[in-house]
Design a protein around this ligand. Structure first.
Ligand code: HEM
Length: 405
């Protein structure tokens, strides 16, 4: 009988990839008592769950998972209600809004953070850049006061701790629930005020959006903003840390990207395949579902292991190798990246912020490479990843020749 991997054990947290491989090869469907869910790990099974062409899966289970910290968000909606909400929020994350309104915000936030470190000659890219940049961008996109960025960052920290709390630490749960209240007390008056004085920011777009006579309530908008802390903050934070970790330990690939910046796209797609920021996404079965290895009953929670599926040898040649030149990577845009890996999910909940994330990563990588032409890992430092639900390097100390801003 196959040993059930303990995804809550320190060994799994240190390196989940051997367990992922064992699952894909020998136990592609496992009942996992501790998370009360079925684990699926093969690319084709996870892809099918996300695409959900046959309406076998729902996102109902998100209620208990994220409602205590965010309230009801787009992730918990399904069917027509989801389609309308998606149409309300999506335009703000692409096209003219992204290019004209938000690209300058992304560029100036990257510059500001880099100006704070470029004269130092050494920096931790995670602490001084990756964990700050995407959250600051979201706060600025929403049109929040600069003076509130530190509070916004604090909420970000408690929200992601809540979501990553697979082991159920009660203090972390309580802090997350407190954040939901504080965040609402902060956001709702701002939303109400913004409705009276619409501007050019994301919050104004959300307030003004109307589709088929439907508009979002104050609570809907607040929940969406709260979701952005995790969905848009932590994910992009980890993507930036991981792209640098992957390139810094593969200096010839870093040199190629430095030389030809159009390769950032490939480096981003390969990073999302090889080291996805989100390793686990939950779904619930609407009916009985047959997958590799057996049958899942109706109404069960299914943990889709993105980190495992993205290294499936049935899908990728030499899957455990980071290679931005691999020929089974085709994407040049974040949307076609859907064909390359499962890091943004697929189907109706496909990441609404994929293009924004791509713009942030491109800008961040370009500006950091420009500011630090000889960036290298601190002597002897070997990057390692942390986290089970979401995953990425916790620190990335680098050295470079200092330059004055
Ligand atoms: C959805 C990953 C960046 C906003 C998702 C989902 C994944 C994901 C896996 C699907 C969740 C599910 O189906 O349950 C990522 C990764 C990112 C990233 C890896 C960075 C590299 C962003 C950014 C934003 C964002 C920058 C916005 C600021 C959202 C929203 C959804 C979502 C609102 C829900 C969409 C829906 O339910 O229709 N993302 N995301 N994400 N993402 Fe992202």
């Amino acid at each position: 009988a196959q040993q059930v991997p303990d995804i809550l054990s320190p060994e799994f947290a240190a390196n989940p990839y051997p367990a992922y491989r064992a699952m894909r090869e020998h136990a592609p469907l496992i009942w996992h008592e501790a998370t009360n869910s079925y684990l699926i790990s093969r690319y084709r099974d996870v892809e099918r769950a996300f695409k959900d062409k046959d309406s076998l899966y729902t996102t109902d289970n998100y209620a208990w998972q994220i409602e205590p910290v965010h309230g009801k968000t787009i992730l918990q909606l399904s069917g027509r209600e989801h389609a309308v909400r998606r149409a309300l929020v999506a335009p703000a994350f692409r096209g003219r809004d992204l290019q004209e309104k938000f690209l300058p915000v992304i560029e100036s936030n990257a510059r500001e953070l880099i100006d704070g470190i470029r004269h130092k000659g050494e920096a931790d890219l995670v602490d001084s850049f990756a964990t700050r940049f995407p959250v600051n961008v979201i706060a600025d996109m929403l049109g929040l006061d600069k003076a509130d960025h530190a509070r916004f960052h604090g909420w970000y920290t408690t929200v992601i701790a809540f979501l990553g709390n697979l082991a159920g630490d009660p203090d972390v749960t309580a802090a997350g629930e407190r954040t939901r209240i504080e965040f609402a007390e902060y956001m709702i008056p701002i939303i109400q005020e913004r409705r009276e004085h619409l501007g050019d920011d994301l919050l104004s777009s959300l307030c003004a959006a109307e589709v088929d006579g439907v508009r979002m309530s104050d609570e809907d908008i607040k929940a969406f903003c709260s979701l952005l802390l995790a969905a848009g903050g932590e994910t992009t934070d980890k993507a930036i840390a991981s792209i640098f970790a992957n390139l810094l330990v593969n200096p010839e690939q870093l040199a190629a990207v430095r030389e030809d910046r159009s390769l950032i796209d490939r480096a981003f797609a390969e990073t999302l395949r090889y080291t996805p920021p989100v390793h686990m996404i939950m779904r619930q079965t609407a009916t009985e579902v047959t997958v590799s290895g057996g049958t899942i009953p109706a109404g069960a929670t299914v943990t889709c292991l993105i980190g495992a599926a993205n290294r499936d040898a049935e899908r990728y040649k030499d899957p455990d190798r980071f290679d931005i030149f691999r020929d089974d990577l085709t994407s040049t845009t974040a949307f076609s990246a859907a064909a390359d890996h499962l890091a943004f999910a697929l189907g109706r909940h496909f990441c609404v912020g994929a293009l924004l994330a791509k713009a942030e990563v491109e800008t961040g990588v370009n500006q950091l490479l420009d500011a630090m032409p000889d960036m290298r890992l601190a002597d002897g430092f070997v990057p390692s990843e942390q986290g089970v639900f979401t995953r990425g390097p916790q620190s990335l100390p680098v050295r470079f020749t200092p330059v004055d801003a």
